[in-house]
Design a protein around this ligand. Structure first.
Ligand code: NAD
Ligand code: ZN
Ligand code: ZN
Length: 393
């Protein structure tokens, strides 16, 4: 089969790889029909190289048709249309029992001290072959796959794999009070959907980004925006718009590659030049995140407010302004999304013909799988108005 593989910084290729097959009785294999490129993939493309190996298959936002199932699988059958959550969870361990699916104890990557295994996401998360491919082996298939109706286009459902549950969790964790307000930093796919969900739940939303196409998309979904490329002091502008207090909550939908952190950018660049054996321990022991967005979040939230960090960070000793955080009495919530936990809330919204979250207005580009190298480059450079790109094998 054809698959998108990682080969180094800004070097992804489409190669022929062996077709996956059933290895465990609770596996399934799906034929992928659409598969997203995520902001998390950009971290692999740019700064997380030390945790990747040449030839790793990328991708964690797939959907498709069940091709084959192992003997112990009865919840899905060949021919079913399914979306695959990006985290691999068993559904029956202690953590899954608490709906903490991203911490599943059956798939936890113990040798790395990390949570549940993820598709297509570095040695830290189990090095499981990913979903930017013609076929995907799905472990723990008794729990993960989400069956969806046939008929509507893939885009209706594909975002259940990551973007929608991630945005839902971001909003849930932000604990925005009734009648309250939230600032969303970063208007990539995750920020767009976080903003729309908060609006849908009746909250006031201010979205911040510096990219015109992304600000425009947010605006056409009724979001008030701040253009970070024009406004010099964003937190001050947020206070100006909120009686001097800041918003009740803030969502950081940017993560470790925020613009405006020159020193950390240099550290990331230098780490990227070292061989993996040296760079990986360096990166997991030092603070190499670009913290501009998180620092602005801390500055922008009102006293006693909540910050929900959904953007991915990876430094072990990042410097944070503890005095300000403590003094303001900030609550900080974060983590990988427990995808399955939010599906029952989202399913009625994505199957509603009226499309209340506007899932049909997020994808900007659909490209054949073969064009993955160009798609990654466009998404990273945000060229040609790229906001969300789907690959079609
Ligand atoms: N927690 C999870 O389970 C989970 C799941 C999916 C994605 N993510 C993470 O969410 C983040 C966003 O993903 P995405 O797909 O939307 O990515 P993206 O790269 O398209 O979006 C990031 C956006 O942030 C903007 N930005 C950069 N610096 C900024 C700053 N200082 N202030 C305001 N905006 C700034 C960029 O212009 C861009 O539009 C990534 O870190 C990704 O890894 C986390
Ligand atoms: Zn993702
Ligand atoms: Zn589990």
């Amino acid at each position: 089969m054809k698959a998108v593989t990682w080969h180094g910084k800004r070097d992804v290729r489409v190669e022929n790889m062996p077709d996956p097959s059933i290895k465990e009785p609770n596996d399934a294999v799906i034929k992928v029909t659409s598969t997203g490129i995520c902001g998390s993939d950009l971290h692999l493309y740019e700064v997380l190289g030390p945790f990747m190996a040449e030839g790793d298959i990328l991708g964690h936002e797939p959907m498709g048709i069940v091709e084959e199932v192992g003997p112990s699988i009865s919840n899905i059958k060949p021919g079913d249309r399914v979306v695959i959550p990006f985290n691999i969870s068993c559904g029956h361990c202690h953590m899954c029992g608490m709906e903490l699916y991203a911490q599943c104890e059956t798939t936890q990557v113990r040798e790395q001290g990390t949570g549940a295994a993820l598709f297509g996401y570095t040695k830290l998360y189990g090095q499981v072959p990913g979903g930017q491919a013609e076929y995907l082996r799905v472990p723990e298939a008794q729990f993960g796959p989400i069956r969806v109706p046939t008929g509507p286009p893939d885009e209706r459902f594909l975002y259940l794999s990551d973007v929608l549950p991630t945005a839902w969790q971001a909003v849930e964790y932000a604990e925005i009070p009734d009648g309250g307000s939230v600032t969303v930093f970063g208007l990539g796919p995750i920020g767009q959907m976080s903003a729309r969900i908060a609006r849908h739940l009746g909250r006031r939303v201010i979205g911040v980004d510096g990219v015109m196409a992304r600000l425009e998309m947010a605006r056409r979904h009724g979001i008030e925006v701040i253009d970070a490329s024009e406004v010099h002091n964003v937190p001050e502008e947020i206070r100006f718009r909120t009686s001097g207090r800041g918003t009740d909550s803030v969502i950081d939908a940017v993560g470790m590659e925020a613009h405006g952190s020159p020193a950390a950018k240099l550290a990331q660049t230098l780490a990227g030049m070292l061989p993996s054996a040296v760079a990986a321990p360096l990166m997991s022991n030092a603070g190499v995140d670009r913290l501009a967005a998180l620092n602005q979040a801390i500055d922008s939230v009102r006293r006693g407010g909540v910050i929900s960090v959904i953007g991915v960070y990876g430094g072990m000793t990042d410097p944070l302004p503890m005095l300000r955080m403590f003094d303001k009495g900030i609550t900080l919530r974060m983590g990988q999304t427990h995808v399955r936990r939010w599906i029952s809330r989202l399913m009625p919204l994505v199957t509603d013909e009226a499309d209340p979250l506007g899932v049909m207005d997020l994808t900007t580009h659909r490209m054949p799988l073969e064009q993955a190298p160009r798609a990654y480059e466009m998404f990273q450079k945000k060229s040609d108005g790229a906001i969300k790109i789907l690959l079609q094998p």
